[in-house]
Design a protein around this ligand. Structure first.
Ligand code: WT7
Length: 652
């Protein structure tokens, strides 16, 4: 744990605090700040009230129960996520309402649009196809799909029959796919032939084939998206369009226990091996539904566009379940934000009259760089609420987003949460505010959070510390790590014990209770919104024959937030060269994917180590950030620091 917590920049000026207008308050589901005190006084009662808004086959008997490392919500309740996303709207007469608009990357291709009824029928057909392939309640199904409607359809179909989806980001390497499929022992994989990205066709099936070698995957369903000539393995592979359309459009939803597993999503911890975060059905449904509704002010006429990939938790909760459970229209875009030009996102908002736009700081910073003229070309007046997620947002990007995208009208909801929390946990509510650049806001009603020091004592307002969540834990907080209960305890409850969930984020809170996140305090990086452990990049680089030792740290980056930087010690017989750098980068591509590529590779003779031989990454971090290095006298090899200063061009 790194104890030097600082504000990333000076505290935001008062003149940059924004408050909701009367119109915003009127539209908001909540506009009275009393909701905070009331809900925090009795979170269980608060969440029970929220839970009554979704559909249950059977009501819960006990709302919340907790013992060390085990907390459960809505015990005895029965429900289904897909029923809540689709059937209940169709039954309420909203079958003809548009549920999903898909925007393909090529601009000459038509949109694909699904009404709630059409989506329900397609989901049911795929669910029946999965049953035909032998999938039963509790079985794991891998989903390795690009940003096409079938990604949402697949998640919905799997949870409909009580099976457990595990989505793997389509830009992850075959090896990353294999690790995950092996760990969760998936029986079926749903993938596609390929997809469009930045004007090029990417062959996904080839990666899928490599990735499932040696796993328990017996059947592969392949969506034809790109029209690529792919190899189909007889007896194992089946085209989506051959198995799905012939199925019945009716498939009764499985009655899931509130605490039945809903999905597994792998995320980076501090080691090289990703962790399978487990979310259960009831609590996840209630918190995702409520946060989508209240944070983005969702009403029947909203068109919600979340730009995240379905491979991340944001895509699960706010492309798929959140908007659909609320019965609004969700927009999904296949491709890159700069294709065919820098105006693509704004053109898409104009075209579909998007009312809520939810994106990441790294994307906003990219748009700032591309220039104000791009959004200025389009009519963005349909927008009502803007969201951001994934990393701390800097004041400049926030103000640009507010002015150039929101036209000064739209509140920016800076939502802090994690793969582990499943849904938003800290932000300002659109009808209450304040909206402060770089500050997320207060914990959502019904969620209790604190800032503690390393010893577990609360820190005074304004001082830096560590963000923890307190019981009753948020309904959608993870229930465990797949196959590793000990790691679950150690990772989240190791520092402070079972009474606090440790987020691993540094933060501070002002007198009003607004929380500013200062960033991760473990060895997890945030690269363009992608969560990555330094250890994962180290493990990947070590696979190359030339590497004898490697240390990876992060360096701030104007656009991506953070980027990995690698210090590499070569084995005897290898000499540094640009060629070798290229090979090392390729190794990272193969083992993780291009998102993990180091921004710089330094070939060095030695890296700073403690007397026990542990690499002092803190010193490397200071070197690449031009920050004070601190005391190096306790090192075993302090002399190497001079060489390193030269290598990185340290200015002190
Ligand atoms: C980490 C979780 C939650 C979906 C996307 C990322 C950082 C997330 C914010 C925010 C400052 C943020 C934290 C957190 N983070 N949202 N609004 N302000 N930091 O999910 O990959 O699980 O990463 O992202 O450091 O711990 P994730």
């Amino acid at each position: 744990m790194n104890a030097n917590i600082k504000w990333v920049e000076p505290a935001p000026k008062r003149e940059n605090w924004f408050w909701p207008t009367d119109a915003m308050k009127e539209r908001a589901w909540v506009s009275d700040p009393k909701i905070y005190e009331e809900s925090w006084a009795d979170p269980v009662a608060f969440w029970e009230k929220r839970a009554e808004e979704i559909s249950w086959f059977k009501k819960w008997e006990v709302a919340y129960e907790e013992e060390p490392y085990k907390y459960r919500w809505f015990i005895g309740g029965k429900l289904n996520l897909s029923y809540n996303s689709l059937d209940r709207h169709v039954e309420a007469g909203k079958g003809d309402k548009v549920a999903l608009i898909w925007e393909p990357e090529p601009t000459d291709e038509p949109n694909r649009i699904f009404t709630y009824k059409e989506l329900l029928e397609e989901v049911s057909r795929l669910a029946n196809a999965l049953k035909e392939l032998g999938i039963k309640k509790g079985d794991r199904v891998g989903i390795y799909l690009p940003m096409i409607p079938e990604a949402v359809i697949a998640m919905q179909a799997v949870v409909r029959i009580g099976a457990v989806p595990s989505v793997v980001f389509s830009a992850f390497s075959p090896e990353s796919l294999r690790d995950r499929m092996l760990d969760c022992e998936a029986k079926v994989l749903i993938t596609a032939d390929g997809y469009w990205r930045r004007g090029k066709l990417i062959n996904l099936k080839r990666n899928a084939d490599k990735g499932i070698e040696g796993t328990k995957v017996e059947k592969v369903i392949v969506v034809k998206r790109a029209g690529l000539d792919v190899e189909m393995m007889p007896g194992r592979d089946v085209w989506y369009h051959e198995i799905v359309p012939k199925q019945s459009p009716e498939c009764p939803p499985e009655e899931m226990d509130a605490e039945d597993l809903a999905f597994i999503l792998y995320t980076s911890g501090t080691t090289g091996k990703p962790k399978g975060v487990m979310h259960t059905t009831g609590g996840y449904a209630v918190q995702v539904y409520t946060t989508a509704k209240w944070n983005f002010n969702l009403h029947d006429d909203d068109i919600f566009w979340c730009t995240a990939d379905v491979g991340w938790i944001t895509g699960h909760s706010y492309i798929n379940y959140g908007p659909l459970m609320n019965g609004v229209t969700t927009v999904m875009y296949e491709g890159a934000p700069d294709t065919p030009d820098y105006g693509r996102m704004w053109a898409t908002i104009q075209k579909h009259k998007v009312t809520v736009y939810y994106t990441a700081p790294t994307a906003i910073r990219m748009h700032v760089k591309w220039g104000d003229e791009w959004p200025a070309k389009y009519d963005l007046s349909s927008l009502r609420v803007l969201g951001t997620v994934g990393e701390p947002i800097n004041e400049e990007a926030w103000l640009w987003y507010f002015k150039h995208i929101g036209g000064g009208r739209c509140p920016i909801i800076d939502t802090w949460w994690q793969t582990e929390t499943g849904a938003n946990c800290v932000e300002a509510l659109p009808g209450i505010g304040p909206f402060i650049p770089t500050v997320a806001g207060r914990p959502f009603p019904g969620i209790r959070a604190k800032i503690l020091d390393a010893g577990g004592q609360p820190v005074p307002a304004g001082e830096g510390g560590y963000l923890v969540l307190e019981p009753p834990f948020p309904p959608s907080l993870l229930r465990g790590l797949w196959g590793d209960p000990e790691k679950f305890k150690a990772t989240y409850f190791g520092e402070y014990g079972p009474k606090y969930y440790f987020t691993k984020d540094g933060a501070r809170m002002d007198e009003m209770g607004n929380i500013r996140i200062t960033g991760r305090v473990d060895d997890v990086m945030n690269v363009a919104g992608h969560r990555l452990a330094t250890a994962e990049v180290e493990d990947a680089l070590s696979q190359h024959d030339a590497v004898s030792e490697v240390a990876v740290v992060s360096r701030p980056d104007e656009v991506k937030g953070e980027v990995p930087v690698a210090f590499v010690l070569l084995k005897a017989g290898y000499t540094p060269s640009d060629e070798l750098k290229k090979e090392l980068i390729k190794t990272v591509d193969v083992h993780i994917g291009p998102t993990a590529r180091p921004a710089a590779i330094y070939f060095v003779e030695d890296v700073p180590k403690t007397r026990s031989g542990k690499i002092m990454r803190r010193i490397l971090k200071a070197l690449v950030r031009n920050e004070p290095i601190g005391d190096i006298t306790t090192l075993r090899n302090p002399e190497c620091v001079e060489e390193l200063k030269k290598a990185v061009g340290y200015k002190g």
